[in-house]
Design a binder for this molecule. Structure first.
Ligand SMILES: N[C@@H](CCC(=O)N[C@@H](CS)C(=O)NCC(=O)O)C(=O)O
Length: 247
């Protein structure tokens, strides 16, 4: 660890007052996995303090943070209300918070299992596939059509699974739950992944309805608001310019 990185970690912890140590500390950035955590905290009305992790400075890979999240990614929480217990992996973190508050995750065996099934569907499917679609469609220095098409096609297939599930129900697993929050946080970025929602009326209805929730609106502004539409417009413009140059 560099001296500067060590200082940053130490300064941060020294700066926490006694009051702050009795709450949840959220380590996050403005990304889908981060929003899953902040929306859950907002919905549960659990007091929390935000520590923004600066990806440009690679803070997520600094040793002080790896003690909280050994995977070196966001989000993670430290529960100062529970002896400084830390939780990483967004799905596990959502279950922990829902159980702590006794909301957004039923306690009966079947109801709980259904929510966890749809949460795992996001963790193992929607998240990783949209993540890879984004990498190859938006960030890869080399344009690899096979990879772009493979991941976009898989994302669209997963969207169709959600569409079918939502055809005759309002939410993914019984009442509104952490399963909805998890997929919603990713699906809202469908344009960023270059995948269409055409022909998916139930998924679109669910996306809009959840987006109207006050706690969701607050949660997506953590750690700072991001203008997704503007970001997509600029990226698409740059993309069109580059492909024009290649023609
Ligand atoms: N499976 C992890 C994935 C976390 C993850 O990939 N987080 C991304 C942001 S969405 C991240 O921290 N990226 C920074 C990096 O990879 O260094 C979870 O669900 O918490």
């Amino acid at each position: 660890m560099t001296a500067a990185a060590h200082d940053r970690g130490a300064r941060y912890h020294a700066g926490l007052g006694a009051r702050d140590r009795t709450m949840i500390e959220l380590f996050t950035a403005a990304t889908p996995n981060g929003w899953k955590a902040s929306i859950t905290l907002e919905e549960l009305a659990i007091p929390y303090k935000v520590r923004r992790i600066d990806f440009d400075k690679r803070e997520q890979k600094e040793p002080w943070y790896l003690k909280i999240n050994p995977n070196g990614r966001i989000p993670a929480i430290v529960d100062h209300d529970n002896g400084g217990f830390s939780v990483f992996e967004s799905g596990a973190l959502m279950i922990y918070l829902a159980e702590k508050a006794g909301k957004l995750l039923p306690t009966d065996v079947k109801g709980r299992s259904l929510v966890i099934q749809w949460l795992m569907f996001q963790m193992g499917g929607i998240g990783p596939m949209m993540g890879q679609a984004n990498v190859f469609y938006r960030y890869a220095p080399e344009r690899i059509p096979y990879a772009i098409e493979r991941y976009q096609r898989e994302v669209r297939r997963l969207f169709e699974v959600l569409e079918a599930r939502l055809t005759d129900r309002e939410f993914l697993a019984g009442d509104y739950s952490i399963a909805d929050i998890a997929s919603w946080s990713w699906v809202r970025g469908y344009k960023w992944s270059g995948v269409s929602l055409d022909g998916l009326p139930n998924l679109s209805r669910w996306l809009d309805a959840i987006g109207q929730r006050p706690a969701v609106k607050r949660g997506v502004d953590v750690p700072e608001p991001v203008d997704l539409e503007e970001m997509i417009r600029k990226a698409d413009e740059a993309r069109a310019k580059v492909s024009g140059m290649l023609v």
